[in-house]
Design a protein around this ligand. Structure first.
Ligand code: NAD
Length: 492
């Protein structure tokens, strides 16, 4: 996901994680009702720690703290906000081992992925938006009035940032970095099953000099803490990343309250291998697109569309190559595929494999459960399913790849665009004209040619159709965290 050079990963020990409290108004506090959530290491299934479980009273305290801190943070010169965000980025890099180990034990993410992807991307985002903080500006306009007319871009106020389990650090920084750069304060609710890196960031924010109350971090359950946050009248903006089902609920709440919302929701991307593809690139990209983060990523490419002239060749290569991708302990620096993040996610992935078998799908490789203690699923390649199979159409969110043949460019584009989702899409071709022609016709917020999952803070990211609306990353993200005011001063 980043172009960062992949250095050899040092061996990290499994960390002992202290019990965590809520971070509200710059203080660490217990939930008012004393509730706690157990956090499980998905690669051992052991409880590793507990975190405070926020209820409505805690959410209210967090929103009040964010409201109290908002005027001073918005009034701070942008250069000062930028300095603080740069310190956040620096401290993340200094404490990278701790962040890597925390993210890995919480989500089962291989350390080989956590450092170059999760920690680096998140630190880059604070740096990038620190750089943009002083570039948030209005403009003067020429009007028919004898007036000085100009626009101001102001922070929206208090942002509710709700994030899912699969890339906790990145998805939190994707919201917090632009929101803070633009002068907003934040109440952040991370995923129930993966709150540890977000809570660790509370220490980093305090150490970096983020004023008390500017960032509040409240772990808790979605239908309790998440819902209380969505419904709180002190929220000025909702930034939600998660499933399409919960996103619809969030959008309905925001619609009723007339609160602006950005929605980064589910995905089910297709990758098209054309007959003129470089096969090495195609296979590398296809494997990355479905095993990366054990398939638990919104921009995964679980649907591979292969020109019929290459169909059996590609299946043959995948059947040999996929079992060789190292799977196992996320703390082993060689591991590429870790466990699913929780038991219910493995159950769902295994349900899709069973359904594929029942529908006559050909299991080309995988299909089983590795003999390991954690929530592992074998990376599985399935051929010959019809395009209307739920296994093809639904978001699987696990290490499964369906492979389907096509004959013409038009057919491939129609198949790629045939699901409810539209987050990412991709193609592999050596034909430059085809690359641009097809990219323009894919219904997706981002298109990759000849590789997968190239994400950069400078490039906008977001969905179409049921994958959501609004854009994160790039200068575009700042639009979601600012509002424009017109001022006309009569000169008559
Ligand atoms: P989820 O929708 O179950 O949960 C997301 C967040 O919403 C969590 O913090 C959860 O606690 C909270 N939540 C749950 N119910 C809620 C409610 N009733 N009210 C308020 N908040 C509630 O998603 P998940 O299982 O954690 O994550 C996987 C999903 O996230 C996938 O669909 C994936 O595609 C999507 N995702 C999208 C992007 C993107 O950028 N588009 C990125 C990562 C993940």
């Amino acid at each position: 996901m980043t172009a960062t050079e992949h250095l050899a990963e040092p061996t990290l020990a499994r960390p002992a994680i202290a019990a965590r409290q809520l971070f509200i108004g710059g203080r660490w506090v217990e939930a008012v009702d004393g509730g706690r959530t157990e956090i499980v290491d998905p690669s051992t299934t052991e409880v590793i720690t507990t975190v405070a479980e926020a209820g409505a009273a805690d959410i209210d305290a967090a929103v009040q703290a964010a409201r109290a801190a908002a005027p001073a943070w918005a009034a701070l010169p942008a250069r000062e906000r930028a300095r603080i965000l740069n310190r956040v980025s620096l401290l993340m890099r200094e404490r990278a081992d701790e962040l890597v180990a925390t993210e890995s034990i919480d989500v089962g993410k291989p350390v080989s992925l956590c450092r170059p992807v999760d920690v680096t991307t998140a630190a880059n985002q604070y740096e990038y938006y620190a750089g943009l903080a002083q570039a948030i500006e209005g403009s003067t306009r020429s009007t028919d009035f004898p007036a000085l007319a100009y626009t101001l871009r102001e922070p929206v106020g208090v942002v509710a940032a709700i994030t899912p389990f699969n890339f906790p650090l990145i998805l939190s920084s994707t919201k917090l970095a632009p929101a803070l750069a633009a002068g907003n304060t934040v109440v952040h609710k991370p995923a129930d099953i993966a709150p540890l890196s977000a809570l660790l960031m509370g220490e980093i924010f305090a150490e970096a000099g983020v004023p008390d109350g500017v960032v509040n971090i409240v772990s808790g359950l979605g239908p309790v803490a998440g819902d209380a946050l969505l419904n709180h009248s002190g929220i000025d903006k909702i930034a939600f990343t998660g499933s399409t089902a919960v996103g619809r609920h969030a959008a309905a709440v925001a619609g009723e309250a007339l609160v602006p919302i950005t929605l980064e929701l589910g995905g089910n991307a297709a990758q098209i291998i054309f007959e003129d593809a470089d096969l090495d690139k195609a296979i590398g990209s296809a494997i990355k697109a479905f095993v990366f983060n054990t398939g638990q990523f919104c921009m995964a490419g679980p649907r591979l569309l292969v020109h019929s002239s290459l169909y059996e060749t590609v299946l043959g290569i995948l059947s040999q190559a996929v079992p060789g991708v190292p799977l196992g302990d996320p703390f082993d620096p060689e591991t590429v595929i870790g466990p699913m993040a929780a038991e219910q996610h493995r159950t769902k992935a295994e349900g899709f494999i069973a359904q594929a078998r029942a529908e006559g799908g050909r299991i080309v490789t995988g299909g089983g459960r590795p003999d390991l203690p954690g929530y592992f699923v074998e990376p599985t390649v399935i051929a010959d399913l019809p395009n209307d199979s739920r296994v093809v159409q639904d978001e699987v969110f696990g290490p499964l790849l369906t492979v389907q043949p096509f004959d013409t460019e038009e057919e491939a584009i129609a198949m790629a665009n045939s699901t409810a989702y539209g987050l990412a899409s991709g193609l592999v071709t050596e034909n430059v004209a085809r690359a641009h022609r097809v990219a323009a016709q894919l219904d997706a917020g981002i298109v990759w040619v000849n590789d997968w999952a190239m994400l950069d803070p400078t490039m906008p990211f977001g969905g179409v159709k049921s994958s959501g609306h609004g854009r994160e990353y790039g200068p575009e993200a700042l639009d979601a965290y600012t509002r424009t005011k017109s001022v006309l001063v009569s000169l008559a």
